[in-house]
Design a protein around this ligand. Structure first.
Ligand SMILES: Nc1ncnc2c1ncn2[C@@H]1O[C@H](COP(=O)(O)OP(=O)(O)OP(=O)(O)O)[C@@H](O)[C@H]1O
Ligand SMILES: [Mg+2]
Length: 208
């Protein structure tokens, strides 16, 4: 069987494992505490933890218990890619979102959604009571105002070199790699700089 890539193998499994995003985590935790009733819009540069945070959410308490109790058939956390949504798929999401059962739809790469698709979802956001939408994007200017204004914004920032270092060292430790020598440390520091704030890029270079 092929080895799992480092980015997936070491994707944070809980919000407390997310590095260097204190503001986003504070806002997300506050929303979770309130039962995650508001739709959220994650935005920020690439490879900084947006998808990772979304994937952690269904496991956070007290949301986890709530989802478990009322999970509809077909899952309570439904990931979708904004680029892949056509009218049929989006109408299907709208229909399901309006039906009974607590659900979270996670629309990744939301800035890749067509304008007509955003229009359909914009209306859906107003009509749903048990479904929460979470959108994630890099470029806020590609998100229709109608969606933007119906979501709580959660800004993610570019990671500092020290945070990239922390991510790399966590993976090295987990893999059991000895990076205690001066040379290794220097090489990792240069890798962290090269990653330019992108955690995914850092782990992909580390894998080479
Ligand atoms: N803040 C972080 N804390 C810990 N690990 C991180 C963080 N950001 C990125 N990573 C690592 O990089 C990988 C990719 O991150 P993620 O998919 O969450 O980025 P993203 O912000 O969704 O990027 P994109 O905008 O390209 O979708 C994760 O699997 C994880 O290993
Ligand atoms: Mg992502």
């Amino acid at each position: 069987m092929a080895e799992e890539r480092l980015v997936e193998k070491w994707r944070p499994k809980s919000l407390d494992e997310i590095i260097g995003q204190p503001k986003a985590i504070r806002l997300v935790k506050r929303n979770v505490k309130n039962g995650l009733r508001a739709h959220l819009l994650f935005w920020g540069p690439i490879g900084v933890g947006k998808t990772s945070v979304a994937k952690c959410l269904p496991k956070e308490k007290p949301l986890a218990e709530e989802l478990e109790k009322s999970a509809p058939v077909g899952g309570d956390f439904v990931p979708k890619n904004g680029r892949e949504l056509d009218r049929d798929k989006t109408r299907e999401i709208s229909r399901a979102a309006k039906s009974a059962g607590r659900r979270i739809y996670f629309i990744d790469e939301a800035d890749g959604m067509r304008k007509d698709i955003q229009q359909i979802l914009r209306t859906t956001l107003e009509l749903v009571t048990e479904t929460t939408f979470i959108f994630s994007c890099n470029d806020l200017s590609d998100i229709a105002e109608g969606i933007n204004s119906r979501c709580s914004p959660i800004p993610f920032k570019k990671l500092e070199d020290e945070h990239i270092m922390e991510i790399i060292l966590r993976v090295c430790k987990g893999e059991g790699w000895d990076v205690s020598s001066k040379e290794a440390k220097k090489a990792l520091e240069s890798l962290a700089k090269h990653a330019d704030g992108d955690g995914r890029k850092a782990l992909n270079i580390l894998e080479l």
